[in-house]
Structure formats: structure tokens, C-alpha cells
Ligand binder design. Sequence first.
Ligand SMILES: O=P(O)(O)OC[C@@H](O)[C@@H](O)c1c[nH]c2ccccc12
Length: 265
Amino acid sequence: MFLDRIVATKRQEVASLAETFSLAEYERTIAGMPSCLGFERAVTTGRNRGMGLIAEVKKASPSKGLIRPDFHPVELARTYEAAGADCISVLTDEQYFQGSNAYLSAIREAVNVPLLRKDFTIDYRQVYEARVIGADAVLLIAAILKPAELAELHDIAKSIGLDVLVEVHNREEMDDVLTLGKATLIGINNRDLHTFATDLKTTERLIGLVPPGTSVISESAISSTADIAYLTEVGAKGVLIGEHFMRQPEVGQAVADLLGPLVKS
Ligand SMILES: O=P(O)(O)OC[C@@H](O)[C@@H](O)c1c[nH]c2ccccc12
């Protein structure tokens, strides 16, 4: 199964990261860095338009293959920011998404919006790494973490200033995450990472379980103003959109087209 393969690759990557990783050194580096930008705050506020936007920089994916052959991550990020995205998500996985830590660091230098490091995080060292390369938030995917691991990584992320987007796809994962009681920002992934099937109604089915005070981001397979209107209606505070933007020749225009109807006068 594809998700198992990714996790196996991540285990290898973590093993090689562990060879050089020094907690003291990472802590020293972090102590010298500026504070994180508030990712959760930016996406849940959504510049008061009623829906926050996390726009994603993604060259390829295992489900779709190469999505954007002519890929210029910094230029894309600048375009997203200028068009009004609240936050930017950057794929850093190399093997399956053709991403890179270097893309995130370069984007950090180029924009002032909060950045999500989008990867498959299974180990505390990756959380420290995310902070050091310039992320403001990390994704923690319930499908690949035991509840105790998720709790531990959540605490570590918060302790070094990162916000956390906790991703769930089904009721069991949602129940586990809510039982932990740590997540303040939950991403409901409309894509099943095992089968790649997408269904926007996943958000509607699960959002009712989330208590007040916890914000929901709807993730994946979102591509129209009608989708956004529907997700606003069911109570999502934000949306995470990648492929739709990556397929447009005029990315800034595509963002403006989706945000336009939301802008409050
Ligand atoms: O490109 P889309 O369908 O707009 O989806 C974006 C984002 O939700 C998707 O990239 C994603 C959601 N969760 C993930 C976990 C790992 C890798 C990728 C993802």
C-alpha cells in the first residue's frame, strides 16, 4: 500500500537524519531564530473574509504524477501571497511529491505569510528540522501515528513555537484525536491516503464531531467557488488547495477567482 511505502521511506530518512541530529545544536539554532508567524491564527482569521486559504506549492503527487512541469516554487509562493492567500503549504517530501526542504527555506526568505511544512512526520527530529528550515507549522497525520505518538509530537512542536495541523480522514481518527484533547486546528482530508479517492462530503460527515473552539480546515479536491461556499456552509474555517492552483497557467488569477466572492466590502 502506498501510504505504507511512504512511511517506510520516511523511516529511512529519519534514520539518516538521526546520524547527524544533535538536539542541543538544533535548540541553539532555534534560540537564534525569529519567532514563528502564527499559522493557526492567520488561517482561522482569513483576513475576515469568513474563509481562510492555505495555498499549496506542490509539483507532483503519487496520485496525479507530475502536476506542474514548469515549477518555480518561490515565484509561486510570491504569487500566492500577493493574491491574498493567508498561509502557504510547502511539500518537502522529495521521493513522492518532488518537494524539498530547500524550497521551504527559499520561500521563507521571500514571503511574509506563515508556512506549513507538508510532509509525513513520524519522528521528533523532523519536527525540529521543520522549525529550523523555516516552517511555522507542521502537519501531523493521524493515519500514520499512534495516538501517543501524535500527542508527543504535538507537544514538541508547540514547545518550539510551531502550530500544528492535525489531519484526519475518518471517524476513528477523529475520535482518537479528540480524545487526546490537544488539537486546536484539525484538517479533514477529503482524500483517502490509502485509496486516493476524494469526496468533499468527508468534511461534512466529520465536522459535527468537532467541539466549539477547535477549528476545521477542509483539505484536498477543492477547486471552485461552489466548493468553498459549500464548505463555508458546513462550518470549515479554512481550505487547503494545491492541485487546482498548480494546474492553472495564471495562478494569481485562480486565487483571486476563488477568493473574490468572499471578500467583504
Ligand atoms: O492538491 P489538492 O487536492 O488541493 O490537496 C492539497 C492537500 O490537501 C494535499 O496535498 C494533502 C493533504 N494531506 C496530505 C498529506 C500528505 C501529502 C499531501 C497532502
